[in-house]
Structure formats: structure tokens, C-alpha cells
Ligand binder design. Structure first.
Ligand code: TXA
Ligand code: MG
Length: 339
């Protein structure tokens, strides 16, 4: 199949791809998604094929506005409306009880469904034009870092999807926050563009699923099936070095071998001359780190590095999401730099 790249004025054409049961790359504020008609099980099956995604990993349904929630969900608690009011359109996915019309192909047989109203106006317009909810995982091959621009999505999906809509680079850069509202208290399943602190300001106490911060044992099941898979990983192994930038830089310089690569805060780039280095943004700018993290991880697949050392922000604010992606890319291989 030839994959077309559509500019963002081609809303009708993009909507028609979805209605015809095709696969469409969609820009969102978080990462690019690989969309299909979420009510068409055959189209949804093609998403799994194109990504090489495990069958037990459910998909998020994307809707153009909160008033579509009742079409697909039941027993919606008041917190859902309060959160939608505050954060939608935006990088928050709510896990709610699903109605039976949502296909098993989307939910992997669960009785819940992830609902998200993305902030990118082009994608909301496309979904509205298609008139169907859009099932969409991130647009990467399963296991690879998520794509945050059209070139990265083409790298993984050229020839596998009907079209990709170029909506420019993603403004958030890490995926949506996933909050399970079917549990009491609500539970954070994946940190993302909306922070834990922001959620707590609206719904009070939020539990954090164990899989967010640590590697689960083989016999433990995360609440979000996708959190159990090795993810975001470049081909070379990654070691995350915790601690403030100066301490982490010292640690990395002591352990760095010929042929190793480094992901570091911008301030420390000159310390690693002679090595492939990807700057992740200034140490104090977590929003920039979120925008850069997947690109930085992807970059090394085009280089012959044998090992990657990565600095890591503190686990507060957006730093929780950035650290989670780095930790997962490292298979939770984490060391602590001394003071
Ligand atoms: O920002 C995002 O959320 C992006 C853009 C494209 O919207 N999408 C995305 O989808 O990250 P994906 O499929 O790459 O990640 C979805 C995660 C997976 O870990 C999956 O297991 C979890 O959400 N998930 C989906 N439905 C769920 C459900 N009903 N219960 C628990 N976890 C669920
Ligand atoms: Mg993904």
C-alpha cells in the first residue's frame, strides 16, 4: 500500500479513510496516533497488525467532545465530568465502564474503555467529519518510542497505513495521562501530559499504580495491560542515572566507554564531546524534556552506539511522565548518582 501524507486542510479526505475502514495516522498534542473506526472490529484488527501489537493490549477511543461520552460509557461518575470540564480537550484518558456496543477488539475484552478527547483541532475535526469514535494507539511499531512528528511516524508506518495527516510536531510529546475512574480512589495508570498534582487538585487523592514506578514481577498484572511490555526502547541498552544534573554528569563521565551515547540536559552537552549526544532540554524545563524524550531515544537507532546513558528529571510534575518513559526504555535499569 502507498501511504499518502495529507496536509491538515484535508479533513474530509481523512474522515473518509476512517469511514471506509482504513488506517489513518493522526496528529495529537501528545504523540501521533494510528487511528481506525473504533466501531469497526475489522478495521481495529488492522491496527494490531500494522503495529505488531499484542492482542491483549486495549486501545483508547478518541472523541471530539465530552458529550460523546454517554454513547460509549455507562455508570459515569461525577469526577469524569469534572475532569473533562477541566482538562478536555487535552492529554487525559479516562477509564470508564463501557457500553456493549464498544467492540471487544478495542477493549481486548475488558469491561472498561479508555476515553480521550485530544486537543489537536485537526484531529477533532477529522473525528467529527468521520462521525465515529477513533480507536488509536500511538503510531509507532510496538515497543519503539512513540512518534512526535510525521517523519517519525512514516519511519514506522510507511506502506502500512492508508494516510497520515501532518499536523506538525506534537506540543506535549509524551502520551496522555491515564486515570482509572472505575476504582476508588481513582488510580493513575500512566503518567502523562496532565500531572498527578493537577488531577489531585480536581478529584482529591489519587492512587498511583505500582507499574508506574517499578518493574512488575512476572506474576503481577498491571491495571493497564500495556504497562507490562518493554517499551520505548532503542536498540542499544539504556541506563538511567538519577540525581541532579551535575551529579549525574559526573557519574556518566566516570563510567562512559568509547562508543557510548548520552541523553543529557542541554547544560551538560559540552562534557560529552566525542560521543553521540542528544540534548533533552534544559534541566529546569520539564515541558521541553517531555517534547524531546522520544526523539532523543529514537535518534540512537541511527547510530552504532553500544550503550546509552540517560539523565532523568525528578519525579514530580511532568517529570513523572518523562522519568517513566526513560525508566521503561531502560527496562528499569536505574542507578543513583552520588551527591
Ligand atoms: O496520548 C495518547 O494516549 C496516545 C494518543 C495517540 O492519543 N495514545 C496512546 O495509546 O498512547 P497506546 O495504545 O499507545 O497506549 C494506551 C495505553 C496502553 O498501555 C493500554 O494498555 C492502556 O492505555 N489502556 C487502554 N484501554 C485500557 C483499559 N480499558 N483499561 C486499562 N488500560 C487501558
Ligand atoms: Mg503506545
Amino acid at each position: 500500500m502507498r501511504t499518502k501524507v495529507l496536509d491538515e486542510t484535508r479533513i474530509e479526505e481523512a474522515g473518509a479513510v476512517l469511514r471506509a475502514g482504513g488506517l489513518l495516522g493522526i496528529p495529537t498534542e501528545t504523540v501521533y496516533g494510528l487511528g481506525a473506526d473504533g466501531l469497526n472490529p475489522e478495521a481495529v484488527a488492522h491496527i494490531f497488525q500494522a503495529k505488531g501489537r499484542p492482542q491483549d493490549n486495549p486501545l483508547i477511543l478518541h472523541i471530539p467532545s465530552a458529550d460523546w461520552l454517554e454513547r460509549y460509557c455507562e455508570e459515569i461518575p461525577p469526577e469524569a465530568y469534572a475532569l473533562a470540564e477541566r482538562f478536555w480537550p487535552g492529554p487525559l484518558t479516562l477509564i470508564l465502564k463501557r457500553k456493549v456496543l464498544v467492540p471487544d477488539a478495542v477493549t481486548a475484552g475488558l469491561d472498561t474503555v479508555g476515553m480521550r478527547c485530544p486537543a489537536h483541532p485537526v484531529t477533532r475535526a477529522i473525528i467529527a467529519a468521520a462521525g465515529v469514535p477513533v480507536a488509536a494507539p500511538s503510531g509507532n511499531t510496538s515497543g519503539r518510542p512513540s512518534p512526535t512528528n510525521v517523519a517519525d511516524m512514516l519511519e514506522d508506518m510507511d506502506g502500512k497505513v492508508d494516510a497520515i495527516v501532518d499536523g506538525g510536531p506534537c506540543s506535549v510529546g509524551v502520551e496522555s495521562t491515564i486515570l482509572d475512574l472505575t476504582l476508588t480512589p481513582p488510580r493513575l495508570l500512566r503518567p502523562g501530559g496532565v500531572t498527578l498534582e493537577q488531577l489531585e487538585a480536581v478529584v482529591g487523592s489519587v492512587a498511583v499504580d505500582k507499574a508506574v514506578r517499578q518493574l512488575l514481577r512476572g506474576d503481577e498484572q498491571p491495571r493497564a495491560p500495556g504497562m507490562k511490555y518493554r517499551h520505548y526502547a532503542p536498540k542499544a541498552p539504556v541506563t538511567v542515572v538519577k540525581g541532579d544534573g551535575a551529579a549525574a554528569a559526573r557519574y556518566i563521565r566516570r563510567h562512559l566507554a568509547d562508543g557510548d551515547g548520552v541523553i543529557c540536559f542541554n547544560e551538560f552537552v559540552p562534557l560529552f564531546e566525542g560521543h553521540p549526544v542528544e540534548p533533552m532540554g534544559p534541566e529546569a524545563d520539564q515541558a521541553e524534556q517531555a517534547r524531546r524524550v522520544f526523539d532523543a531515544l529514537r535518534y540512537f537507532d541511527g547510530t552504532p552506539v553500544s550503550h546509552i546513558w540517560a539523565m532523568c528529571p525528578e519525579e514530580s510534575g511532568l517529570g513523572l511522565a518523562v522519568a517513566n518513559r526513560l525508566n521503561k526504555a531502560a527496562g528499569f535499569h536505574i542507578v543513583q548518582a552520588g551527591k
